[in-house]
Design a protein. Structure first.
Length: 74
């Protein structure tokens, strides 16, 4: 009869054969996740540094004074 180690080897071989099509996709997504995690950790570390100016890019929006909105009547 099969022992535990032989059964584990057979299961690993079967899993590799069945998952061979998905293996490149899984490794690619794992690499992307690792890069994202590394970038987020670096950003969090930089944000914690005191005295570092924080730059937020955006655009300037002009405000209208209340009551100066034009009303159109048809």
């Amino acid at each position: 009869m099969f022992g535990l180690s032989e059964l584990a080897i057979i299961l690993i071989v079967v899993a590799v054969v069945i998952a061979a099509k998905k293996l490149p996709e899984l490794t690619r997504s794992a690499g992307k996740s690792a890069r994202i995690l590394k970038a987020e950790a670096r950003a969090a570390k930089d944000a914690d540094a005191p005295g570092t100016p924080r730059v937020i890019q955006g655009e300037t929006v002009e405000r209208e004074e209340p009551g100066t909105q034009e009303t159109t009547r048809s």
